[in-house]
Ligand binder design. Structure first.
Ligand SMILES: [Zn+2]
Length: 67
C-alpha cells in the first residue's frame, strides 16, 4: 500500500468498476489494491470475498468460452 493510501485511504477507479454477480469491484488507482463496493463506500475485500470473486471470474470465463 502506498503512503498516500495509508494516509487518505485508497482511491477507487470508479469508472473501471465491474459487477461480478455479487458485488461491484474495482482497483485503487494509486496502488492497484482490489476494492469492493460497500454500502458506505469502497473497502478492501476479505479473503473469502476475494475467493468468491475469483470463482465468479472463473465461471464467467467458462461461460464465455462455451458461447
Ligand atoms: Zn491504494
Amino acid at each position: 500500500m502506498g503512503i498516500m493510501c495509508k494516509l487518505r485511504g485508497h482511491k477507487p477507479d470508479r469508472g473501471g468498476a465491474r459487477h461480478d454477480g455479487e458485488d461491484y469491484w474495482t482497483i485503487c488507482k494509486r496502488c492497484g489494491t482490489p476494492l469492493i463496493r460497500a454500502i458506505d463506500g469502497w473497502r478492501e475485500p476479505s479473503v473469502d470475498e476475494k475467493r468468491a470473486h475469483a470463482r465468479q471470474a472463473e465461471a464467467r470465463g467458462k461461460g464465455d468460452a462455451a458461447a
